[in-house]
Design a protein around this ligand. Structure first.
Ligand SMILES: [Zn+2]
Length: 205
């Protein structure tokens, strides 16, 4: 069992989700997407731990598993059996709900890639506008911008995952796991989740 990391995502205050669902169309789907995204990351971590036959405080990732979250669950890509994935998803959900919040973040997440591109483009554009127009100054500025972007992007990507694209899945339960194909015809497994109204209030208090 991993201990909850310091500075991890804090438990949210109790929220009246029914009120939000009534006032904002799509609110519940947005929350479910973020919570399924966190569960997808955590399940990949747990599967890696199972495959390494160890549970430790150090994260291990062989890069062979991937995922794609939706508002109804997530696709899991890679070699895995249904019983193993079912066990991993339920274990991941339990650990997240018990405070192992770092499992919700993953360095290979597409959020990090997107943030890297935005940061690199913004800094490159910014230095290009601010620096003299000479080719040498522009070249030096671009190199500096890309170096800075490389250093900033991982932290910003992690921050974006934690605060925008994932949420601790207090409202989810695993419904079923089954083999399928995704929208692009790729073979995968799907971990279907269900919404639980009362769970968040129980864990957030
Ligand atoms: Zn992700």
């Amino acid at each position: 069992m991993l201990t909850p990391a310091q500075n991890a995502q804090p438990a949210a205050a109790p929220i009246d989700f029914d009120w939000f669902a009534q006032q904002l169309p799509g609110w519940r789907e947005w929350v479910m997407l973020r919570q399924a995204h966190a569960l997808e990351h955590a399940t990949v971590w747990v599967l890696n731990e199972m495959q390494a036959q160890t549970v430790s405080t150090s994260r291990w990732d062989d890069g062979n598993l991937g995922g794609l979250a939706t508002d109804r669950g997530f696709y899991l890509y890679g070699t895995v059996e249904v019983p193993q994935l079912n066990r991993a998803a339920r274990c991941a959900l339990r650990r997240l709900q018990q405070g192992d919040w770092q499992l919700a973040l993953h360095p290979r997440c597409g959020t990090n890639t997107l943030v890297s591109l935005v940061v690199a483009a913004s800094l490159t554009l910014g230095t290009s506008v601010l620096l003299p127009r000479s080719p040498l100054a522009q070249l030096v500025g671009m190199g500096t911008a890309l170096t800075l972007a490389t250093q900033l992007a991982p932290e910003l990507g992690s921050w974006t995952q934690q605060h925008l694209t994932t949420e601790i899945p207090f409202n989810l339960q695993v419904a079923r796991v089954f083999p399928t194909v995704d929208l692009w015809g790729r073979t995968a497994h799907f971990v279907q989740v269900e919404w639980c109204d009362s769970a968040r209030l129980k864990f957030a208090s």
